[in-house]
Write a protein that binds this ligand. Sequence first.
Ligand SMILES: CC(=O)SCCNC(=O)CCNC(=O)[C@H](O)C(C)(C)COP(=O)(O)OP(=O)(O)OC[C@H]1O[C@@H](n2cnc3c(N)ncnc32)[C@H](O)[C@@H]1OP(=O)(O)O
Ligand SMILES: CC(=O)C(=O)O
Length: 532
Amino acid sequence: MSSSTGPALQVYDTTLRDGAQQEGLNLTVHDKLAIARHLDELGVGFIEGGWPGANPRDTEFFDRAEQELDLKNAVFTAFGSTRRAHAKASEDAQVRALLDSQAKAITLVAKSHTGHVARALRTTKDENLAMIEDTIRFLTGEGRRVFLDAEHFFDGFELDRAYALEVVRRSMEAGAEVVALCDTNGGMLPASITEVVQEVIAETGAQLGIHCHNDTGCAVANSLAAVGAGVVQVQGTVNGYGERTGNANLLTVMSNLQLKMGQQVVEPEHLQEATRIAHAIGEITNVPPIGRMPYVGASAFAHKAGLHASALKVDPDLYQHTDPGHVGNAMRTLVSNMAGRASIELKAREMGVDLAGRPELQQQIVTRVKELELRGYTFDAADASFELLMQREMTGEPIRYCEVESWRVIAEARGDQGEAISEATVKVSAGGRRIVATGEGNGPVNALDEGLRSALAEIYPEIDGFELIDYKVRILDSSHGTDATTHVLLEMAGDSTSWTTVGVAPNIVEASWIALLEALTYGLWRKGVPVR
Ligand SMILES: CC(=O)SCCNC(=O)CCNC(=O)[C@H](O)C(C)(C)COP(=O)(O)OP(=O)(O)OC[C@H]1O[C@@H](n2cnc3c(N)ncnc32)[C@H](O)[C@@H]1OP(=O)(O)O
Ligand SMILES: CC(=O)C(=O)O
C-alpha cells in the first residue's frame, strides 16, 4: 500500500539494511533484489535498500533495483549519515552517494544524544544540528523525501531532554517528513516508550516514527506502544533480523496492528502472504524463522496436547488467539505421547482420513503411538511415520513394497589416512523375485540408501525421483554412552514435497534402516504406486 495514498500509519521495512547487520547474515545483490520483491508483495510502504556508498554491493543494489524492479506497493529509501562535521552537504561523498542512488526517499541517521555528539562525532552540539539541517535541506532541495533516524533517541532524551527535542524540531523545520525515534541500544521498556513519544509529540508536534531493537525482548511491544502513543511510521525487519538480538519483527508488528489493534496497515490479502514471505526470505538469508515465531512460525498454530485437540475439534477459537488464515498460516495437530483421541481424529482429518465416529480405532492408534513414543519414537516430528502407522492400524496390515530378507553394512578404511568407504548388501523380495543388491557410500546410511534403491529400482522405478535431504541422529539416553538408544529422523523429498520418518533402535544403522525403509515406502504409497 503506497505511503502517499495509503493509511496514516506507514510500514517501513529495514530488512535489507538493519536486518543485514545481523551476525552471520550475508546478502548478495541478487538476494537483496529477491527479498525486495517479497517485501513489495507484503505491501509495506517503504523498503530501506541499504547504504549506497558504504560498500559496492549496496551501491550496485540501487542501480539494479532501479532497472530490474517494478515495485507495486513500496517506495525505496536509501540510508546514510548526515554530512561530516564542517563539510558542505553538497560536497560530502556519502551524501552524494545517497543522491546518486536515485532513491526517491532518503533516511538519514543522525545523533540526538549529546554524549554521542561529543564522543563519537567529536563535534559540538551546534555543529551536529547544522549537519542535520544542512543535509536535510540539501536533499529536499534536490527533490528527495527525507526521513531522519534519530539514533539513541531515548537514552539521549533521558540525558539531555532539551537537546533531543531540538534535534526533532530542527529536523522537521529543515523539511524531514518523519523523525524516527530509535531505541538503538534496545534497552527500553514499553511504558517509557509511551511516555517519551507522548512527550515529544506534545512538545514538538512532529510526525514521528519508531525504530526498536530487541535487547530487552520488547522490540515488538515497544513498537506497538509507540503506535499507541501516536507515531505515524513503524520500522522493523522481517523475522526480526538485525544487529545483536535483532530489530522489531515487522511481521509480528503488522499482524498485531491489523488483527489486534484495528489498524489496517496493509490490505488483508497482503497480510495473508506473511507466512509464505517469512519462510521465502528465510530461504534466501539461510536463517529460517524459528518455529515458535508468532503468527508465521511453523509451530505458531501447532497443537500437541490432547486436551487442546479435544476442544479444537469443537471450535478452533477455543485454543487459538486468531484465525491462522489471516496470516497465511494453518492449524496443525501434532501426534505424540500427549495425544488423545481427539488429536488422532484431527490429525487424520488433516491427512484426508475421516476417523470421526470411530472412537475404538482412535484409541487403538493412541495406544500404539504412546507405546512407540515410550521406546523413543517422536511422531510430532515425523508425519509420514504416523500416517503409515495409522494405515496399519486401520487395515490391520503394514504397507510393504518388499519383504526384507536381510541387510548388512561394512565400513572400511585403508591405511592411517584412508577415507572410510561403506558398502551395503541388501536382500529383498519384490515383484515375485529375490533380489540381492549392493550399494557404496561415504557412510553406512548412504550405502544402505544406495543398496535399497538399487534393489528396488527395477520393480519400482518411481523411487528414482526421491532424494534423501536431511538426516538427524539423537542419542536418547545419554547416560548409557555408546550403549544408548538411537533416534533417527530422516527427510526425503520428491514431487515438490518432502516427508519425514523416524526410526529407533539400539544400533544407529538399524534405526537409520527403519527410517529409510519407511521413507521409501511412504514415498511410493503417497504416489499411489501399487505393490508389485
Ligand atoms: C545505529 C545504526 O545501526 S546506523 C547504521 C550503521 N551501519 C553501518 O555502519 C554499516 C555501514 N558502514 C560502513 O560501511 C562504514 O562504517 C562507513 C562507510 C559508513 C564509514 O566508514 P569509515 O569512513 O571508515 O568510518 P568508520 O566506520 O570508522 O567511522 C564512522 C565515521 O562516521 C562518523 N559518523 C557516525 N555517525 C555519523 C552521523 N550521524 N553523521 C555524520 N557522521 C557520522 C563517525 O564519527 C566516524 O567518523 P570518523 O571517520 O571521523 O571517525
Ligand atoms: C538507525 C538505527 O538503525 C538505529 O538507531 O538502531
